[in-house]
Design a protein around this ligand. Structure first.
Ligand SMILES: *Cc1c(COP(=O)(O)O)cnc(C)c1O
Length: 407
């Protein structure tokens, strides 16, 4: 089969596929969930993509997200919107984590979180497919990334967030051009409102996994990781799991890379990390079931993973189980301690969700789920600077200086 040649470049998308039933859907049309109410996955002609793109050619390209374009859905170059989606570094944290622990620091991306990966792709596709108005529920970072990219694409956006969403997120969303509403409910309740408006044709629903392309953007985390590690994968990945887009995306990326013949069949153990105050995936994992029930009274400092109900629950659980990993819940105190330790001992400021992965790693080590000699990657999903920090300063009076040697 030959690649579709439209506009200025080639893409290898063949169709979309229901993640539950395998039913096929047309790619070049605006699509939401499948008829079964489940996420749609983008499928490619990987044989043709592999013929067009050799690994050596890829390695010679600049390292940003768009180097993977043959494995991405955007057909027309002019629909690409970019704020500089760099390859994020892998930072060792030998003291707070261990000698074999790397943090993939996604806080360096535009808008300060890995939501940029998913939203740059989803918005580019919305532009390509002629969407004029988008609405989205958010815990903060997704709304910020949507606002930024949609503004650049000239698409109008409406963002609904729980009223206790971190203040900086609410303000950055508005600053970047979206209309933002604080709702007296959780993210899934914001999502329900978005769904009503979408059904009335007022806007296109951009909720997590309810359009097919965020996964494609997030999958670049897996592609990038393989390239950074010399085309092998770590023994384990700890991923802070809310809607699970990134975990599902990386799992898909590994399969695509294997089909291209760029990596082998070995996979990392995937650890889905949640907070004990909101752990629907952990409960489903432990109960041995395929779908998770809504978590009532969800609460945690790690707002990005406060997701009581995820449409992609079964995809997260499948990836975790197939990989031989686990879904792990961590206590609030442990999240706070891990976040503080990484900053104080290794100089790397994590966000609370990133801190949760370090806390989960420590627990997994103690429980024997991983060993200290395993190379592991933790995902720090956002910059720690977006979150309120503890004030540990003291005061100095310029008119009554103490003995400076005491400072
Ligand atoms: C969105 C988000 C998550 C969860 O990511 P998913 O891929 O949706 O599970 C974790 N941490 C932060 C900071 C986030 O913004």
């Amino acid at each position: 089969m030959t690649a579709n040649l439209v506009g200025e470049r080639r893409t290898f998308v063949t169709h979309l596929e229901c993640s539950l039933t395998g039913e096929r859907y047309e790619a070049d049309k605006l699509q939401g969930l499948s008829a079964a109410g489940r996420p749609l996955l983008v499928r490619y002609d990987l044989e043709a993509a592999g013929g067009a793109l050799r690994r050596e050619a890829l390695e010679a390209r600049p390292t940003d997200l768009w180097r993977w374009r043959e494995l991405l859905p955007v057909r027309r170059t002019e629909n690409i919107i970019s704020l500089g989606e760099i390859e994020t570094p892998l930072i060792p944290i030998p003291r707070s984590g261990g000698t074999n622990v790397l943090v993939k620091d996604e806080g360096r991306l535009p808008t300060g979180s890995f939501k940029a990966r998913g939203l740059v792709m989803a918005v580019a596709m919305a532009k390509e497919l002629g969407v004029k108005r988008i609405a989205m529920p958010t815990n903060g970072n997704a709304g910020a990334a949507l606002a930024a990219y949609a503004t650049r694409a000239g698409i109008e956006t409406l963002v609904l967030c729980p009223s206790d969403t971190p203040e900086v997120n609410v303000r950055e969303i508005a600053a970047q051009g979206a209309r933002v509403y604080r709702v007296n409910g959780l993210i899934d309740e914001c999502g329900a409102i978005v769904g009503i408006g979408a059904a009335e044709g007022l806007w296109f629903d951009f909720s997590t996994l309810k359009e097919p392309y965020r996964i494609e953007g997030k999958k670049t985390m897996g592609l990038e990781l393989a390239a950074q590690l010399g085309w092998r994968l770590p023994k384990a990945i700890f991923y802070p799991t809310g809607g699970g887009t990134g975990l599902i995306g990386m799992w898909k990326a590994f399969d695509e890379l294997e089909q291209l013949g760029w990596i082998g069949s070995e996979r990392p153990k995937m650890f889905a990390v949640q907070a004990s105050g909101c752990a629907p995936i952990v409960k489903a994992f432990e109960d041995g079931v395929e779908h998770a029930e809504r978590w009532e009274n969800a609460h945690t400092v790690a707002a990005g993973i406060r997701v009581p109900k995820a449409v992609g629950d079964f995809l997260i659980l499948r990836a975790v189980r197939e990989s031989g990993g686990a879904a792990l819940a961590v206590e609030e105190d442990d999240i706070v301690r891990a976040t503080a330790d990484s900053a104080a001992m290794d100089g790397l400021l994590l966000c609370p969700e990133g801190g949760a992965t370090l806390a989960a790693y420590r627990n997994a080590l103690e429980a024997g789920l991983v060993s200290a000699t395993d190379d592991v990657v933790l995902f720090n999903c956002a910059t720690g600077l977006k979150y309120p920090l503890e004030d540990r300063s003291a005061v100095l009076d310029k008119n009554a200086l103490p003995d400076l040697a005491e400072l």
